[in-house]
Design a protein. Structure first.
Length: 179
């Protein structure tokens, strides 16, 4: 085991799943972000999509599209290059965590986004996903989360209700890989 926290077979599992989505990366990246916002709407407010003032909705917002490409490429480089080279993995992760300083992004948020991505992969890849993917994927996200700050402990009583998902998934753009 190296600093990625993954075994050789878990790395192969992640590589294979990544190989299935990388050809339509921009579509999947945007879909993943839209699914995050659908399931956890409060995350929309973390982002600034005002670069595209003409957009009628998040789905056709080019600023969101652009930012989703940065996010998915950074995530992909952890798998594609980092799993082969743990030192590079560490450097990439250092840069990712630095990009999130002062954005109030905590380890718990990384685990949340990880579950959304896993859910998305299960939806688009269906039976192409290996049984070992969920465990390998969660381990990767545990490693990423371990480099982010822990959430501050609440000092006030949390609101009794919060705006979260209705459980229904949004319309997502389909690719050739869709089942
Ligand atoms: C695997 C996990 C993640 C990866 C690889 C990732 C990657 C990135 C990258 C590459 C950027 C662009 C940085 C820049 O060019 O300045 C970014 C920005 C950002 N990320 Fe993440 N991110 C991750 C998790 C999260 C989580 C959990 C949140 C919480 C909601 C988050 C919120 C943001 C925000 C708010 C920005 C700034 C967008 C803006 O400029 O308005 N990220 N992320």
């Amino acid at each position: 085991m190296d600093s990625t926290g993954l075994s050789a077979s878990e790395k192969i599992t992640l590589f294979s799943a990544w190989g299935l989505i990388r050809k339509d990366l921009e579509v999947h990246g945007r879909n993943m972000l839209l699914l995050l916002f659908h399931k956890h709407p409060h995350y929309v407010s973390y982002f600034d999509f005002t670069d595209d003032p003409a957009a009628q909705s998040l789905v056709d917002n080019k600023s969101l599209f652009n930012q989703s490409i940065h996010v998915i490429k950074a995530f992909g480089s952890l798998i594609e290059y980092g799993l082969k080279d743990p030192d590079l993995f560490n450097e990439t992760l250092k840069k990712i965590t630095r990009n999130h300083q002062h954005r109030n992004v905590y380890s718990s948020d990384v685990l949340t986004i990880g579950e959304v991505l896993l859910d998305y992969l299960a939806q688009v890849l269906g039976r192409q996903v290996s049984d070992s993917l969920p465990d390998a994927f969660r381990k990767l996200f545990a490693t990423i989360a371990s480099r982010f700050p822990v959430p501050p402990s609440p000092t006030t009583t949390p609101p009794s209700s919060s705006v979260e998902s209705d459980g229904n998934d949004p319309e997502i753009e389909k690719t050739d890989d869709s089942q």
